[in-house]
Design a protein around this ligand. Sequence first.
Ligand code: ARG
Length: 459
Amino acid sequence: ASNAMWGGRFAAGPDAIMEAINASIGFDQRLYAQDIRGSRAHAAMLAAQGIISDRDAEAIGEGLITVLSEIEAGGFPFSAALEDIHMNVEARLKEIIGEPAGRLHTARSRNDQVATDFRLWVREQCDAAISGLDALIRAALIRAEEGADWVMPGFTHLQTAQPVTFGHHMMAYVEMFARDKSRFEDARKRMNECPLGAAALAGTGFPIDRHATAEALGFDRPMANSLDAVSDRDFALEFLSASSICAVHLSRLAEELVIWSSAQFRFVAMSDKWSTGSSIMPQKRNPDAAELIRAKIGRILGASVALFTVMKGLPLAYSKDMQEDKEQVFDAADNLMLALAAMAGMIGDMTVNADKLEAAASGGFSTATDLADWLVREAGLPFRDAHHVTGSLVAMAEEKGCDLPDLSLAEMQAVHGAITESVFDVLGVHNSVASRQSYGGTAPDQVRAQIARWKDLLG
Ligand code: ARG
């Protein structure tokens, strides 16, 4: 039999394979709540405008609530023959209330309907990402405050560079995650316009009130161009882009946790809650959650590339290609929210080994720059010469198998006569970090000021 919703001009129904490639109900049933919410707003507006009767609108509204509760109860008989969530809901409504159900689709198309449903869904996911990031930032802030004085090696090229504080390192991620949060806030603002009432592509001759439906659905305003309203998915691309950047940040922190929890580093120990064992090696504590977070960027960026590729080159307005938007965004959103929650949990529960951090900070000639700066400040050397002298001292210490503070004054003076006892003040890692007072630097005062600023901002 031909389709009851659009089969008027068809003599036969679709091939089974056609039904399989065409149906989206397997995944877009996730939009049921948004679909019903949009339909209720549409029906109420149609009645307020005198396009359908109040009685019909009431029957539609109540019927839709029944459908909603049936779906939420579970076991709803979704049908692939009815293609998607929009027609599944409407068909069930017809079974429940009869003829008035057929009036719901007045002045509307599935094109503006799906664009509206999906915007509502993605908007909620922006909110979820924002609150997930908020929780993660708060978890990182707690660790930053605790470790504001803990010295650790700062790395470039993963080689010891200069001492920093653990608090400073955590606060670097607070900055990144805060920018991620603002990206979702921006995207949310831009996407908060309502496509409903654009109809198939050209608008409608019925005297609808798009401002009323936009307002009822919590949008700032209706979209101003009906072709644009049904044909763009830039809001989904923006969500995926913001998600991808956020996933990169999560991945980098996850990688650091993997390295830091290794036997060679032992900077942190993951709690049992976020570790797994090995079925063969009894000693193992594997940071699986961190590894999986590290990997999530693969599928999130993959989803982003997939949807960019789907959208590229599509002529206006709607094309069925766009049905492929949902699975990508669903998968990316699910995995981003999971990764954010897991990261907040891991950060909150891990044990940080301050002694290990300090021991590591003191190795690897991490205060060599402080020594060169001392030669500039106290002995008046040009920085390039100071750099060279310090390099010779590092080579000497390396030869002797010790670190810079272990060299004697006499040994240093043999390399450069202007060196005095006060050089030892700058060779300690605590003095090193305390001296980095420039704005945004690693000095504990500076870091505490940033922690205070963020606590204030977050309230
Ligand atoms: N399931 C479709 C989608 O997700 C709904 C819109 C269908 N519109 C149409 N004219 N076939 O894009």
